[in-house]
Design a protein around this ligand. Structure first.
Ligand code: ADP
Ligand code: ADP
Length: 226
């Protein structure tokens, strides 16, 4: 099992108030799954994604990622896991406007000290995988929103992560472009056996996941298969 969450609880303390963001979540995810986490605003989706993405730790319960007990790790170890295992895709694309698509995709590899030649090869391959081979030399503002999101997906792929976490990745796109991004995730999941976890409040987008976890008030309400 790639991911195992066991009775995960998360509380936020604000003043005297204790907000229960996650209230006992049990969830297992196998490698190669395409999972959608769906729920209304305030249901705990971001909190769950932050825990799965090792940006935050559970208050109670266990999180095992690829055999490692994450809740026992310190901040440096968590950061190392993020950098090595997890590719993040956000609603806004977070590309550097002054650099072309190719360089934006190379950035995570620069941090890892990979040679310029290997960086270029891997970034080109990642851009090809998202259908942007012809646009490598374009800067973000010379690309459409959908193309910018593809660059961001290539930047997540280039690290060869264990899993991709996508937080409302179509939120800033029109519905047709959004669908094409979801189709790209489906293709990457099928062709590369890439594990994808999508968080969304949009039922139409959640339908692209093979399994949908419905979350409400910090609890899993139901799990459905598509
Ligand atoms: P969603 O992503 O589904 O909108 P969140 O995980 O952001 O839900 O929030 C779940 C609950 O936890 C909400 O009640 C929210 O107000 C609360 N919450 C989230 N982050 C914090 C925080 N940093 N401090 C206090 N409360 C928080
Ligand atoms: P480091 O601690 O090594 O500098 P960071 O914590 O800045 O690493 O980032 C590691 C990974 O986590 C990056 O891939 C980054 O995109 C992601 N990340 C950082 N902050 C957030 C955030 N608030 N929400 C989601 N992902 C984040």
């Amino acid at each position: 099992m790639l991911i195992e969450l066991k009775n995960v609880k998360k509380y936020y303390r604000t003043g005297k108030l204790n907000v229960k963001a996650l209230d006992g979540v049990d969830l297992s995810v196998e490698g190669g799954e395409f999972l959608a986490i769906m729920g209304p605003s305030g249901s705990g989706k971001s909190t769950l994604l932050n825990i799965i993405g090792c940006l935050d730790k559970p208050t109670e319960g266990e999180y095992i990622l690829n055999g490692k007990n994450v809740e026992r790790l310190n901040d440096d170890e968590l950061s190392e896991i993020r950098n090595n295992y997890i590719g993040f895709v956000f609603q806004t694309f977070h590309l550097l406007p002054e650099y072309d698509a190719l360089f934006n995709v190379e950035i995570p590899l620069i941090y890892r000290g990979i040679s310029a030649r290997e960086r270029k090869e891997r970034a080109e391959a990642a851009l090809e995988a998202v259908g942007l081979k012809e646009r490598m030399k374009h800067k973000p503002l010379e690309l459409s929103g959908g193309e910018q999101q593809r660059v961001a997906i290539a930047r997540a792929l280039v690290q060869e992560p264990l899993l991709i976490l996508a937080d409302e990745p179509t939120g800033a796109l029109d519905s047709k472009t959004g669908n094409s991004i979801m189709e790209l995730f489906c293709r990457l999941n099928e062709e590369k056996n890439l594990t994808i976890i999508l968080v969304t409040h949009d039922e139409k987008m959640a339908r692209y996941g093979k399994r949908v976890v419905h979350i409400l008030d910090g609890r899993i309400e139901s799990i459905t298969l598509n």
